[in-house]
Structures are given as structure tokens and as C-alpha cells.
Design a protein around this ligand. Structure first.
Ligand code: HEM
Length: 392
């Protein structure tokens, strides 16, 4: 135990150190420890992180602290309409409760053909605008327009609901938004969604959830819908801007442009982008009961970080892990997590990503850097703060 490597925050925040971190941690059974906290552990090899995602003894919430009542089971969110507090969605246990199942069923079938067309049309307009500018920011100018494109479709094609969700996403992304404006934006969205439901319009997320949960009180269904409509946007934006960075700098070895020109599915290229640049580089868990992992004794209440970034570059799983390979096998990393809390947006995110890439990396012009990219310096966030680009 005393020989566990001590991992610094600087090392965690450096994507170039991810593969060496995986190699070093593999020598101690995939486990390391924080520099300044003996009860905080890092799991960093492919094998260890995969096993941890599947381990019911590692849970989302501290085993002894009360969880605030909120549909995510995590942060109370002002302005969210009241939830029946007996319906935990993402808590452990039961992570596979009826609400999560309903959300998964509603989201995994999406987007349908019509929704995908709407997403393509909206993103086409965005790409046209960006193509008409000499320079643009590949991180900032893509948010929140891309998630908004999906939300138009998910709200059942209803324009007022789409506008309301777009306004809410904008208010969430802008740190300067006053609380009152944020709450008003939420209420406006709930009103628009209620209207959509009353009119029986479209095949959106809300109507799907309603069908899947006929006995649930309406406020719960609305609340869940608002939650899902406003989540995951940062991840989508980061996966798109990472791809533009890879293409612009040539770090993709030309693989992304080639994948787009081939006209084939971009699924492998998407997963390779997520593997190399995961938007969420680590997630946390709590130890629910005393146990040993490898030869490391863990106590109830210990905190464990699962290093997605390191696991995705573990050479024991991926040959030449620091190289982008749009045809890589195995294709998938752990960018969406895995197990009980695996991402519910993982069918939707690649549709958005592919639509942007197809429309931005078309053959006639290419994107090139127009200044230095600014990556997040946080150890859990693998996104780009800014990506100055121009057309060549
Ligand atoms: C490329 C984009 C995205 C990435 C990289 C991403 C990544 C992740 C990861 C790593 C988790 C697992 C967290 C954990 O284990 O603690 C997660 C959970 C989740 N994601 Fe995503 N996500 C993305 C897009 C989305 C979108 C578009 C949505 C909604 C439509 C979404 C909805 C969710 C939800 C609801 C959960 C919680 C699942 C649970 O706790 O059971 N995500 N995501």
C-alpha cells in the first residue's frame, strides 16, 4: 500500500501524460493515491477502470451523507419543478430503477429519421454561417447551437419548445446569468413542453417518456424531460471541437477528412476522437463497504477517481495509444463511462458529432489553426476553452 504511486493534479491534467500514467499505475494493480490524501485513490489502467465501472460496491454518492433531492440525485437545481422525492433516478442503489430504464428506452431510440433530418438541417445552417466567416472559434462558436439542433428535434419539432430550450441552455452556459433569469427560462420551457403535451404534438422525448411512464405524475415526467434536454451539451461541444482540433493540426493524420470523404459511417472516427480526447477525463465514486482491490485495502467512505483519460490510452488495450487511428480496432474507449451509470446520450451524441464533421470537413476548404488552442487545465475536463480556426 505504501508503495502506491502518488499522483499529482498537474499530471492528471496533462493529456500527453495519460498513457505513461496508465503504464505506471498498471504496475500497482491499476491503483494510485493522491499526494495529499491517503483516503483518495486513482484507478488508471484499462482493466482496473473497466472493472470499477462494473463494480456495485463503488457508488455515485457518499454512503453516509444524505443526497439532495433532485432528478440527477446530485445537485439541487433552483427553478426545477417539484419532484416526488420517492423517485430517485441516478442514485445507488437502484441505479437500474424504473426511471433510468424509461429514460434509456426513450433516448436510445432517438433520433428517428425525421429528427435526424432536422438535426442535419439545423447544423447545415450553422456550418453555412461558419463557412461564410474567414475566422471562427471552433469551441465557442459551436455552443450552444449544436445541442440546440438536437433539442429542436427532441422537443417534438415544436418551435416554441425549441426556442425555450435554446434560451435555457444559453442561460446555463453563461456564468453571468442572474438566478432569476435562469429560473424564468426553466419555467418558460416547462410551459412550452406542457403545451406540446396538451396538443399531442410530435414524437419528442416528452411524449415518449409519457407513454413509457403512464402512471407517473406529470411534474415528474416534465422535470425529467427538462433535465435530459439540458444535460450533456458540454460533452457534445467538446467532442466536436476536439475533432476540429485534430483535423486542423493534422494530429489525426488526415484520418477525419478521409473518413468524411469516404461517405461511410463516422462511428469509428467518433469513438477514436472520444478515446484520444475524452470530454470527461475522470469520474468519481465512493466505496460503499470495506474491501480489497488488488492488494489495496479500501474503507467505506473512501473516494475513488476512475481515470477515463488514462484507461483510454492504456497500451495494454490500445496499440500506439497516443496516435489517432480512424480505423482502430478495438474502436471504443470509456468516454461514455460504462455499467450502471453509462451515458444515456451515447446514441444521440455521435449523430450530432457526425453531422457537424460532415458539413465542416467537406472537401472544398479545410480548417487550419489561426492561433493557439486553449485546453482546459482542469484534471476532470478534457475540453477546449478556445480553438481559433480559419479556412484555407
Ligand atoms: C460526447 C458527449 C458526451 C460524453 C463524452 C458524455 C459522457 C458521460 C459519462 C462519462 C457519463 C458517466 C458518468 C459517471 O459514470 O459518473 C455520462 C452520464 C450521463 N450522460 Fe453523458 N455524455 C455525453 C453526452 C450526453 C448527452 C447528449 C446526454 C443527454 C441527451 C447525456 C446524458 C447523460 C446522463 C443522463 C448521464 C447519467 C447517467 C446515470 O447516471 O445513470 N450525455 N455521460
Amino acid at each position: 500500500m505504501s508503495t502506491l504511486p502518488r499522483i499529482t493534479a498537474e499530471r492528471l491534467a496533462d493529456p500527453a501524460a495519460a498513457s505513461s500514467l496508465a503504464v505506471e499505475l498498471a504496475k500497482s494493480g491499476g491503483v494510485g493515491r493522491a499526494v495529499d490524501n491517503d483516503r483518495l485513490f486513482y484507478f488508471g489502467s484499462w482493466e482496473r477502470v473497466s472493472a470499477a465501472f462494473a463494480d456495485p460496491g463503488l457508488v455515485r454518492e457518499h454512503p453516509d451523507r444524505p443526497v439532495p433531492d433532485h432528478p440527477s440525485g446530485r445537485r439541487p437545481s433552483p427553478g426545477l419543478i417539484e419532484l416526488d422525492q420517492t423517485w430517485p433516478v441516478f442514485r445507488d442503489p437502484p441505479a437500474h430503477g424504473p426511471l433510468r430504464q424509461a429514460l434509456a428506452s426513450a433516448l436510445f431510440g432517438l433520433p428517428t429519421g425525421d429528427m435526424a433530418r432536422i438535426i442535419d438541417d439545423r447544423i447545415g445552417e450553422l456550418a453555412k454561417t461558419l463557412r461564410s466567416q474567414d475566422v471562427f472559434d471552433g469551441a465557442r462558436d459551436l455552443s450552444p447551437q449544436v445541442p440546440a439542433a438536437a433539442m429542436v428535434a427532441l422537443t417534438g419539432f415544436r418551435a416554441d419548445a425549441a426556442r425555450a430550450v435554446e434560451a435555457l441552455v444559453l442561460s446555463m452556459l453563461d456564468r453571468g446569468t442572474p438566478q432569476s433569469a435562469f429560473v424564468a427560462a426553466r419555467v418558460a420551457l416547462v410551459d412550452a413542453l406542457s403545451g406540446a403535451l396538451a396538443d399531442g404534438i410530435g414524437d419528442g422525448l416528452l411524449s415518449r417518456l409519457r407513454r413509457l411512464m403512464p402512471d407517473a405524475p406529470l411534474p415528474q415526467v416534465l422535470s425529467l424531460t427538462v433535465f435530459v434536454l439540458t444535460t450533456g451539451h458540454g460533452g457534445v461541444r467538446d467532442a466536436i471541437s476536439a475533432a476540429l482540433w485534430l483535423a486542423a493540426t493534422g494530429a489525426d493524420q488526415g484520418g477525419l477528412g478521409a473518413a468524411v470523404r469516404s461517405g461511410q459511417s463516422l462511428e469509428t472516427a467518433f469513438h477514436e476522437t472520444l478515446r484520444l480526447c475524452p470530454p470527461l477525463r475522470m469520474v468519481d465514486r465512493w466505496v460503499a463497504a470495506d474491501r480489497s482491490i488488488g492488494r489495496v485495502p479500501l474503507r467505506r467512505g473512501d473516494r475513488v477517481y476512475l481515470l477515463i483519460g488514462a484507461a483510454c490510452r492504456d497500451p495494454a488495450r490500445f496499440a500506439a495509444p497516443d496516435r489517432f487511428d480512424a480505423t482502430r480496432v478495438p474502436a471504443r474507449g470509456l468516454g461514455f463511462g460504462s455499467g450502471a451509470h453509462a451515458c444515456l446520450g451515447q446514441a444521440l451524441a455521435p449523430v450530432l458529432w457526425s453531422s457537424v464533421l460532415r458539413q465542416m470537413l467537406r472537401g472544398d476548404r479545410s480548417v487550419v489553426p489561426n492561433g493557439a488552442a486553449q485546453w482546459s487545465t482542469r484534471s476532470d475536463d478534457g475540453g477546449l476553452e478556445s480553438l481559433p480556426l480559419r479556412w484555407a
